[in-house]
Design a protein around this ligand. Sequence first.
Ligand code: GAR
Length: 197
Amino acid sequence: MAPGMKNIVILISGEGSNMAAIVGAAQRDGWGERLDARVAAVISNKAAARGLVFARGQGIATEVVEHTAHPTREAFDAALAAEIDRHAPALVVLAGFMRILTPEFVARYAGRLLNIHPSLLPAFPGLHTHQRAIEAGCRVAGATVHQVTAELDHGPILAQAVVPLLPHDTPDALAARVRTQEHLIYPRAIARFLSKP
Ligand code: GAR
């Protein structure tokens, strides 16, 4: 590992399209030279997460820490932290990581833990955000990049993107429109975060 290199560890649970967008931006925008930063590892709580295939194809270290293999949330988070810490991360990035984290885990990575959430926080924390935005009659929807704090889907906002909510939108159509924006704002927010002294 190059001295002073800032390692980014990305946590996923599924598709990993945000992770792929971050990896792509890191390559395209030369994060290695510009920011002394690199994506060091991608960790999933599910072995079948499709994003792992992409990450491996990019030559990025991948790990699986199955939540089902651990009896408690605390035990899972401890095993996850042990895996993360092997990479001495400057930044831990949640990218579609669908597990609620313990306060101990959040405290361990305080100030270096980011998340993307598919709503305009503080509206619609939690699950089924697109369905809920449609049902509420919202005219806009979007996504939020934020620092993770102990309270789920709260914490200082780093970036947001707004998309229109169209008259006959379905949750899937809206999710796809939001996701396209997520892929733009998450890499940018990370680059900005890493470039701060
Ligand atoms: C993204 O839309 C992300 O905002 C959301 O899951 C999707 C993951 O997609 N995250 C959450 O709902 C977190 N509670 P991806 O695996 O293709 O990046």
